[in-house]
Write a protein that binds this ligand. Sequence first.
Ligand SMILES: Nc1ncnc2c1ncn2[C@@H]1O[C@H](COP(=O)(O)OP(=O)(O)OP(=O)(O)O)[C@@H](O)[C@H]1O
Ligand SMILES: [Mg+2]
Length: 292
Amino acid sequence: MTPELMEEGAQRREQLAVAQAVGRTESGGRQAGFSRIAMPDGEVDVTHGRILYLEDVSVSFDGFKAINKLSLDIAPGELRCIIGPNGAGKTTMMDIITGKTRPDAGTVFFGSTIDLLRYKEPQIAQLGIGRKFQKPTVFEQLTVFENLELALKTDKGVRASMLFRLDSAQADHLAELLHTIHLADDVNRLAGNLSHGQKQWLEIGMLLVQEPKLLLLDEPVAGMTDEETERTAELFLSLKGKHSLMVVEHDMSFIRTISEIVTVLCDGSVLAQGTLDEVQADERVIEVYLGR
Ligand SMILES: Nc1ncnc2c1ncn2[C@@H]1O[C@H](COP(=O)(O)OP(=O)(O)OP(=O)(O)O)[C@@H](O)[C@H]1O
Ligand SMILES: [Mg+2]
């Protein structure tokens, strides 16, 4: 078999697995099997009021419990902030949700029917969970527009990508997105020439073109100027409702601007949860995090 055929076969198997998870099959919407999603149109089943649900999740690295019986859930359209000291397990939690790290125990569901622990990292991305790592990873030698266009193509396979042309609806969508991420005036600039903050927005844009239902953002304003941080807050507030967001940050004034419910992680589990004022007044939170 040629490498192209093997790649095509692997992609088809992966696409089929994802299609089955969202209730679509090649024979046309047949639904089968426990824990497969029962929504016919690819929507995540949020009838129980949760888009993400973790229960009693644990993972150890060389005997050290990085995540320890962690339970947490997020409502559809919610913008949840996660704070906590270094080493609390915030990034590891995102690794577990996105399939990068497999937990030793526990339950992780996307909506009420998709058991995320059954899927690998690329499939989880296809199911509609986008992740932004701390360091921007844009293609520096390409323009802003080319980066976004590329992100739109990524799940189409090599040959389809080569033939791919933007249709007018997609072009409109990209134009709107460029405004949302504050880069409408920079479409033809090389990504390598953008500021750190603009690169972060571009990467968020590259996630948004794939229309994720849930976005995980790890320290998105680290290294940004005050003005870039403020504009990022506006951006996240504009995404709330259309997407569900989980934002990990150490920048408390940023958290104050965007937060509704704040979850404090410590030693791999939830230490406190509530409004920022509530958790900031919590003695245990002051001791382990804010008072340092
Ligand atoms: N792959 C790994 N192998 C070994 N140890 C790991 C691994 N990933 C994370 N850890 C450990 O798990 C703990 C939690 O790390 P994690 O990166 O999740 O913390 P965090 O809350 O994101 O911290 P920070 O605020 O500094 O980013 C740390 O002690 C870290 O060293
Ligand atoms: Mg981290």
